[in-house]
Ligand binder design. Structure first.
Ligand code: AMP
Length: 400
């Protein structure tokens, strides 16, 4: 998929609106605990600065529900940007109100301003036309570099694009990279291609699973979603997470895998616990012998060995979703070990999904993966074969 490129725009000395994804985790003291999303945007920002542009940065942070809430102010982001870019970054007091407009009007070349949290305006998530136009009126050019939110038809992502023709809008470097990477991965993967799919539920990933089946050679299932499949196969899974209404769908996935000749792997053992708690009594058991009333919260050591041998010959690995409740140390072992195999393999390794990316960083293997997507939901929708609403207006050529 070809997108309008920022490199084809004549940006010199102009005002550029860059939609970024600065939705970073912030601790109770107001410190940013992981600034990867901010650093990932620097390529596009620096490129625009080199073109002597005046830059308007915009992002959301958290879910402030359409009104000002100090807790969700972009102040910590402004500070981090100041450190990283080593220049003054002016944070506006509102999103598209009097103060923001005044700051924009007074901008000179190479000034950088950061609008307050877009979601302080209810119109952002409602894709409101008035807000889209007010944001569009601020700049000569629009750049989308917010992959993590491009699956949302929001005012600063989709609505705003209607006010810029093809010579005045484009994808930033980060968005380009994400779209190209997933495009190549899904269209021309080097084989064998394995997908590791985990996380809590089948429901969230059903479409992704169905879309992956014709593309991959192997699927390895882990996490809570495994139990819906195991139950459908006739196993007693105790109190493990099961979506009873999706048992038929689970069967359909397994039937389709069989029909397409895709090897479909489920855990053979689990770490089962009496309760969903970090200090619960737990034990390793085969999937045939999960005690009544217990729940599987991680894949077991036999599954880890099985998955290691299954991954040994793969050339491409796509991983989305943890193998267990990795937030609790006791149930993190399966996910951590899989992270190590994936990192150590010679395959092209792609990690998508916020939890999986978080897990890989926690284990300290972020640098070892070929590509870690900055967007959880967005990467999943790409895998589902959808064209994202924030990307569609930037597609050029025959696919537009
Ligand atoms: P998702 O958002 O669907 O990718 O799911 C991620 C969440 O799934 C994480 O917060 C994990 O704690 C959770 N999870 C993984 N395995 C299990 C399990 N066996 N039972 C319950 N939750 C799980």
């Amino acid at each position: 998929m070809q997108l309008y490129s920022i490199k084809d725009l004549d940006l010199a000395g102009k005002k550029v609106f860059i939609r970024c994804d600065f939705n970073v985790p912030i601790d109770e003291y107001g410190n940013i605990t992981d600034d990867r999303r901010i650093r990932a945007a620097l390529g596009t920002i620096n490129y625009c600065l080199d073109q002597d542009c005046a830059i308007i940065l915009a992002s959301h942070l958290g879910r402030p529900k359409g009104e000002y809430n100090e807790k969700y102010s972009l102040l910590p982001v402004q500070r981090r940007l100041h450190q990283l870019l080593k220049r003054e970054i002016k944070l506006t007091k509102d999103v598209a109100g009097e103060h923001a407009k005044k700051c924009v009007t007074e901008m000179k070349c190479c000034d950088v301003i950061l609008l307050e949290n877009l979601r302080f305006e209810a119109g952002e998530t409602a894709n409101d036309e008035t807000l889209s136009k007010a944001l569009a009126d601020m700049a000569d050019y629009y750049i989308n570099d917010a992959f993590g939110v491009s699956h949302r038809a929001h005012a600063s992502v989709e609505g705003i694009t209607k006010y810029f023709d093809e010579h005045h809008k484009a994808a930033g470097f980060l968005l380009q990279k994400e779209i190209q990477f997933f495009g190549t991965l899904l269209e021309r993967p080097v084989r064998p291609f394995a997908a590791i799919v985990g996380g809590s539920k089948v429901s969230g990933k059903l479409e992704a699973l169905m879309n992956l089946l014709p593309k991959v050679d192997k699927i390895l299932i882990g996490g809570g979603m495994a139990f819906t499949f195991l139950k459908q196969m006739g196993y007693e899974v105790g109190k493990s997470l099961v979506e009873d209404d999706l048992l038929d769908e689970a069967q359909r996935v397994m039937d389709e895998a069989k029909r397409l000749g895709v090897k479909f792997y489920l855990p053979v053992d689990v770490v089962a616990a009496q309760e969903f708690a970090a200090d619960s009594v737990s034990k390793v058991t085969s999937v045939q012998e999960i005690p009544e009333g217990w729940m599987g919260l991680d894949i077991g050591p036999a599954t880890v060995r099985l998955y290691r041998s299954v991954l040994a010959d793969t050339q491409t690995i796509l991983w989305n979703g943890p193998m267990g409740v990795y937030e609790m140390d006791r149930f993190a072992s399966g996910s951590r070990k899989i992270a190590h195999f994936v990192a150590d393999s010679y395959a092209t390794t792609v990690v998508g999904g916020g939890d999986t990316a978080d897990l890989v960083q926690r284990v300290g293997l972020g640098e070892e993966m070929t590509f870690i997507s900055t967007g959880g939901g967005a990467s999943l929708e790409l895998v589902e074969g959808k064209i994202l609403p924030g990307v569609q207006p930037l597609v050029c050529g025959e696919e537009a």
